[in-house]
Design a protein around this ligand. Structure first.
Ligand SMILES: [Zn+2]
Length: 418
């Protein structure tokens, strides 16, 4: 008997044999995983030590999050109980994510879950770090993926040596959202499913694993959780995991309040939440705003905000707050963190640190509260000193590519990589 089932968040119906779907009765409502047993963290190595993951027999190794109590950043902000969830490469601290991003958990759990669902390959759209994570895990697991990225993100992209053979397509004339559109079309034609975005329970549970490690280390749920968000899937995953901890009953009686942040001026969820609106506003989704932010990985125009069980609901349920962080604050925060904690972090993590500073200033987070700060990526500089990294060499395509051209392309790229 499986240790989990999949149910509709809205109507509670259990759906058997489903993969990356919505409820068949409730329009636009996310399905969630229900785990049979109480929380355990002694089931295996790395991330596989947790029982609250939708996988049965992991076929490859995957290191997990490192959670530690901050001394220097905490002192700087005059905080008593600041915990850092470090997701990246920092061997001295025991952090071994070579793709230097928490998207490795998404990739690992999604791939393992796909393998167990009899799926033969996946199509993934990414603005950068997800691509690297999936390319890395595709190599580690031997599971085929086709990756689609916007050209504007290539400058900041790199692969590990082993991943340079993973088929990668770059959209020359579009942004992250156009990549998602093309990836969906490639999925239909290639027969490989699209990784499913927020609909994929394995993606949310994988990203939620950060708080599994936090509870394992802290012994309880934190009062607050701070993260930068693009699609918001990570924040939703943490909220869902926190609800499971409340049901478990041993780790606290209140949900952590979510403090989610975006990089100004492209901050559609922040703007909508300021007006307590479940709908995003067109004016906040204008592509020209994306050109002005320093964190391309946060640039999706399709965030999981409005959907039932999405960011809007997570924010309401946890009485959360949202923060807009300027480019200047991002760079200052990256430097501050690196100077105080001793490791480089990615711009998106700088957005989270900037939000934490704002929250402490505004007193939405109290100095004695326990806080989990998600450093979603870091250690790229450290990794670069030890290992050679590679530029991504994609095949360039247009967002106006025809179905016939996609057919030919899929044939070529799959042949090349096998
Ligand atoms: Zn339903």
């Amino acid at each position: 008997m499986s240790h989990f089932s999949i149910i509709c968040r809205k109507c509670g119906k259990e759906l058997a044999g489903t993969y990356c779907a919505f409820c068949e009765h409730c329009a636009n409502a996310l399905l969630i995983t229900r785990y049979r047993d109480a929380f355990r963290d002694d089931c295996g190595k790395g991330i596989w030590k947790f029982n609250w993951l939708p996988v049965h027999t992991p076929a490859f190794e995957q290191p997990g999050t490192v959670v530690y109590r901050s001394q220097w950043l905490a002192r700087h902000l005059d905080m008593q109980s600041l915990y850092i969830a470090f997701n990246g490469y920092w061997p001295e601290r025991g952090a071994f994510l070579e793709a230097c991003t928490f998207k490795e958990f998404e990739a690992a759990i999604v791939l393992q879950n796909a393998i167990e669902n009899g799926v033969n390959g996946l199509v993934v759209a990414s603005a950068g770090n997800t691509a690297r994570a999936f390319a890395h895990l595709s190599t580690v697991s031997g599971f085929p993926v086709i990756i689609v990225v916007p050209r504007m993100c290539l400058m900041e992209m790199w692969y590990l040596e082993s991943s340079s053979m993973v088929p990668t397509l770059a959209i020359g004339d579009g942004d992250y959202s156009d990549s998602i559109d093309v990836a969906r079309r490639i999925a239909v034609i290639s027969g490989f499913p699209f990784e499913g975005g927020v609909k994929n329970i394995a993606k949310r549970d994988g990203l939620g694993s950060t708080i599994l490690e936090a509870v394992s280390v802290m012994g309880r749920l934190p009062d607050h959780y701070v993260q930068a968000v693009g699609s918001g899937t990570g924040g939703i995953g943490v909220w869902e995991m926190s609800e499971r901890f409340l049901c478990d009953g041993r780790f606290g009686s209140a949900l952590p309040r979510l403090h989610l942040a975006q990089n100004l001026p492209f901050a559609p969820m922040v703007k909508a939440w300021e007006k307590k609106s479940r709908e995003l506003f067109e004016e906040d989704l204008r592509p020209e705003l994306i050109g002005q932010i320093s964190t391309r990985v946060l640039s999706t125009r399709y965030p999981a905000y409005t959907v039932q069980g999405g960011v809007f609901d997570a924010m309401q349920a946890t009485q959360g707050s949202m923060y807009g962080v300027t480019n200047r604050e991002v760079f200052e925060s990256m430097e501050l963190f690196s100077n105080l904690e001793g490791v480089d972090i990615v711009p998106a993590a700088g957005v989270a640190v900037g939000a934490l500073k704002q929250a402490v200033d505004k007193k939405t987070i109290g100095r004695d509260d326990s806080v989990l700060l998600n450093i979603t990526g870091g250690g790229e500089v450290m990794l670069g000193r030890e290992k050679k990294t590679y530029n991504v060499e994609p095949a360039f395509i247009s967002k106006k590519i025809t179905d016939r051209e996609i057919e030919d392309l899929v044939c070529t790229v799959l042949k090349k990589s096998s």
